[in-house]
Write a protein that binds this ligand. Structure first.
Ligand code: ADP
Length: 405
């Protein structure tokens, strides 16, 4: 069974074609700068040897053309992996916001499309592009089943005390103002991998999954289900991120508007795109910030302290939520690659039974690794996330179960 995963953003489409029997990636890549100058596609063909990479700079005015280029590459005799697009049995689409309607992976039909469209006000920056990707894929892969995998779905198990805000009920009941949570596909994937690694059923496993990429969030997982998460109504709150502020007193927004005369779109851009590491240091990439820190840059030092302090604070809070924690899981670009961040986020948590081994933390090796010290009661794992594989697995499982019906 061949499954194609698609992640359609405002100016990009990421794709991977999986052979599901072996769970191997046949080809994959990225179409970027759609609708802009210098658009291009970076395509990789995986085989027994090192992957072959192809870069083509061609005008890609819209998503339709982008997906046509992808389809052509998939069947290209020299660079593709299939003879005909009809070999793609299903297309799994990453959809950022599923609201309260979708607590699971869902086969797409007209009703589902309508609901995703209705949810646009909740995710104006993401859902329109996800939707566009689905509509175009329906044309280009007409034989394939189209499936939506929602970033919010894993968090639909949050209890009301975790998902409601303390504002009049009307805003929730009429307008859907509540915590939704994001990065669900990644938290779900690493939590299942962690349970498997620990030799336990997901239903017996309590975890703190810490996803640190450009966006960052931490989730409390009880018995395999998300029970609290640091992002909220939008992906803005919680941990400090590459360009987002994370938690901030909403009164700062009133102050900026009333006392500083800033309009709401400017404040929105400030908190979502010009804050976090970028706002504090001038760079959003942790590698640059660590370099600056090594050279004695005081802003970089402060930003790193704030970043790791926030993670630690959430570890403490979610430890209290869960009561018993089997493992902490670090994942995504920063979580998988930064010993500095892992060390400082866990420093001083001995009282919670959490301590790292300096050597193991510095050189965790490949795959799933343990980095806690011998006296740590809680295991601390580094697990590479794979959102595309999780999407493909969920699609396989859904269409497998639909076959039996
Ligand atoms: P995205 O949210 O875009 O998927 P990623 O999960 O790829 O992001 O994470 C991107 C972040 O990971 C960047 O801040 C980058 O600096 C950081 N990162 C990647 N590799 C390393 C590394 N070796 N050391 C420290 N940080 C790293």
């Amino acid at each position: 069974m061949k499954i194609l995963t698609l992640n359609s953003g405002s100016s990009s489409i990421k794709y991977q074609l999986f052979q599901m029997e072996e769970e191997t990636v046949l080809t994959g890549g990225l179409v970027e700068r759609i609708g802009l100058d210098e658009s291009r596609v970076v395509h990789r063909l995986y085989g027994k040897d090192t992957p072959r990479k192809l870069v083509r700079e061609i005008p890609i005015p819209n998503h339709e053309k982008g997906l046509e280029v992808i389809a052509d590459l998939l069947v290209d005799p020299a660079h593709g992996a299939i003879d005909h697009t009809s070999e793609v049995e299903a297309v799994g689409h990453r959809v950022v916001h599923g609201g309260e309607h979708f607590s699971d992976t869902t086969l797409i039909d007209e009703e589902v499309l309508k609901t995703i469209r209705r949810l646009i006000p909740l995710a104006p920056l993401h859902n329109p592009h996800n939707l566009r990707g689905i509509e175009v894929a329906m044309k280009i892969f007409p034989e394939a089943r189209q499936v939506a995998v929602f970033d919010t779905a894993f968090h639909q198990t949050l209890p009301p005390e975790a998902y409601r805000y303390a504002i009049p009920n009307h805003y929730y009941e009429k307008h859907g103002v509540r915590v939704y949570g994001f990065h669900g596909t990644s938290h779900h994937y690493v939590s299942k991998m962690a349970a498997k690694y620990l030799g336990k059923a997901p239903g017996e496993t309590n975890l703190l999954t810490i996803h640190l990429g450009n966006g960052a969030s931490i989730t409390a997982v009880r018995a395999g289900e998300s029970v609290d998460t640091s992002m909220g109504f939008s992906p803005l709150p919680g941990l400090m991120m590459g360009t987002r502020s994370g938690d901030i007193d909403p009164a700062v927004i009133f102050f900026m508007q009333k006392a500083l005369g800033m309009d709401i779109d400017t404040i929105d851009a400030l908190l979502n795109r010009e804050s976090g590491f970028l706002g504090m240091t001038g760079s959003s990439d942790l590698r640059d910030i660590l370099e600056k820190y090594k050279k004695g840059d005081r802003n970089a030092a402060l930003a790193l302290s704030l970043y790791t302090y926030r993670i630690k604070k959430y570890i403490g809070a979610y430890f209290a939520v869960l009561g018993r924690v089997d493992a902490l899981v670090f994942t995504a670009g920063v979580g998988e690659n930064s010993p500095y961040v892992r060390w400082h986020a866990c420093e001083g948590l001995d009282a919670l039974g959490i301590s790292l081994d300096r050597q193991k933390n510095e050189n965790p090796g490949d795959g799933i690794t343990e980095i806690q010290s011998h006296r740590s009661r809680v295991k601390v794992l580094v697990i590479p996330t794979d959102e595309e594989l999780e999407i493909a697995r969920q699609v396989r499982s859904l269409i497998g179960s639909k076959r039996l019906l």
